[in-house]
Design a protein around this ligand. Structure first.
Ligand code: ACO
Length: 374
């Protein structure tokens, strides 16, 4: 029994390759570091879904169709409003909102690609509307004249973002767009393989992404950096955690045994961003925390080869872009949904239900006992 399915190859894919020994990530043929900082999110989504970059006309048509479906049905706003009064965490609200994308949907009139576009288009609207409702602000309607990333920022903060902020967010979204068969992508593939629909697949995937062992780590990773507050405190703080048997969020990975290449890309983007603001203190604190964490992980967990993962610098970059911690994981979902759907398309072509086996280790030949005799 392989409880975590380590080493099991469950699909062929042309979306991405993760090389955990070399620390390389290829997204549809591009090393992540040669794609994330240059492409728009629309270009990367098109690339993943079509296995080629769009030309100018294709890109315009793709951008237009994404912009056309940004609005969400009224009833989703109503449910989000109720969720906000109950202070439901944003990932739960996204899961609820996403599951309702089958309601009053343009999807019935669309071909499968159109349905997928409408799902990607509406994730930012759900997240931004919910976030504003949590602050007791009115949601801001999406704008069709902005890019996917710029419109998300606009709906969150109520003003048109500057180019550097959009670039920073797009670099993040592109970096996390796809990553082999990670837990949420696997969940989406399992669901679509039963010939279920895209909305069901992405709803299940959101549930998988939410967990702190997958997409839920960046908030706690940043909290850790803030609690440490000064490089001089890092050793005592981190040692304390490891002594108590706690995990250091933002470190360790099932596949990467060296530094996650996405951490590299996001660390670079964060550095650029903090340089522009003229205040590098948080960046410098984070890099010092990283160094100490790696040294202590090697001491407490020798041979496990625990290194920095994507979440550590996700937290730093998104925080620098003005995102509150509660939006880190939903923003991850806004990027990853394009990857989930790319895998759904592939899985549909495979056309085979995913159904592993379990090993029964329970009792046998029990005798039925009447209720009064138990
Ligand atoms: N801090 C301390 N110890 C750790 C950490 C960590 N971050 N990660 C793994 N370990 C230890 C485990 O306790 C275990 O120790 P043991 O051999 O003494 O029992 C050993 O390293 C191996 O760990 P596993 O749990 O077997 O590794 P696995 O591949 O199952 O887990 C995971 C990978 C879940 C990412 C793990 O490293 C972890 O919990 N990291 C912290 C959470 C995190 O950052 N998650 C984001 C991952 S990136 C993403 O999903 C987008």
């Amino acid at each position: 029994v392989s409880a975590g399915l380590e080493g099991v190859i469950a699909a062929e894919t042309i979306t991405s390759e993760v090389d955990g020994e070399k620390g390389e990530l290829i997204i549809a043929g591009f090393p992540v570091e040669k794609l994330a900082g240059l492409a728009t999110f629309e270009e990367v989504t098109y690339l993943l879904w079509n296995d080629r970059l769009p030309n100018a006309a294709q890109l315009t048509a793709f951008q237009d169709s994404l912009a056309r479906y940004r609005e969400i049905p009224r009833i989703i706003y109503d449910v989000l409003k109720e969720a906000a009064t109950q202070n439901v965490p944003p990932m739960d609200a996204l899961r609820m909102g996403a599951s309702m994308l089958s309601l009053d949907s343009p999807a019935e009139d669309l071909d499968p690609r159109g349905q997928a576009i409408s799902v990607v288009a509406r994730f930012p609207t759900i997240v931004a509307a919910y976030w504003r409702m949590m602050q007791r602000f009115d949601p801001i309607a999406p704008r069709a004249d902005l890019s996917h990333a710029a419109n998300y920022l606009y709906m969150l903060f109520g003003e048109e973002p500057n180019e550097d902020t959009v670039r920073g967010l797009e670099t993040y979204l592109n970096t996390v767009v796809d990553h082999g068969i990670n837990a949420s992508t696997f969940a989406a593939r399992v669901i679509i393989a039963t010939q279920s629909d895209f909305v069901s697949a992405i709803t299940g995937a959101i549930g998988a992404l939410k967990g702190p062992l997958h997409g839920g780590a960046p908030g706690p990773a940043l909290d850790m950096v803030f609690e440490i507050a000064h490089p001089a405190n890092a050793e005592t703080y981190l040692r304390g955690k490891l002594e108590r048997g706690e995990r250091l969020m933002g470190f360790g990975h099932r596949i990467y045994k060296v530094r996650d290449p996405r951490a590299e890309v996001l660390c670079e983007a964060a550095k650029k961003m903090f340089d522009k603001t003229g205040d590098r203190s948080l960046y410098e604190l984070a890099t010092e925390v990283e160094k100490t964490a790696l040294r202590l992980l090697a001491e407490y967990k020798p041979g496990r080869r625990l290194s920095t993962n994507v979440e550590f610098y996700t937290a730093l970059l998104l925080h620098g872009l003005g995102f509150p911690g509660g939006l880190f994981t939903p923003t991850f979902a806004i990027g990853r949904v394009s990857g989930w759907l790319a895998h759904c398309f592939e899985q549909q072509l495979v056309g085979r239900i995913i159904r592993p086996q379990s090993l029964y280790i329970g009792e046998r030949n029990r005798e039925w006992v009447l209720l009064d005799d138990r």
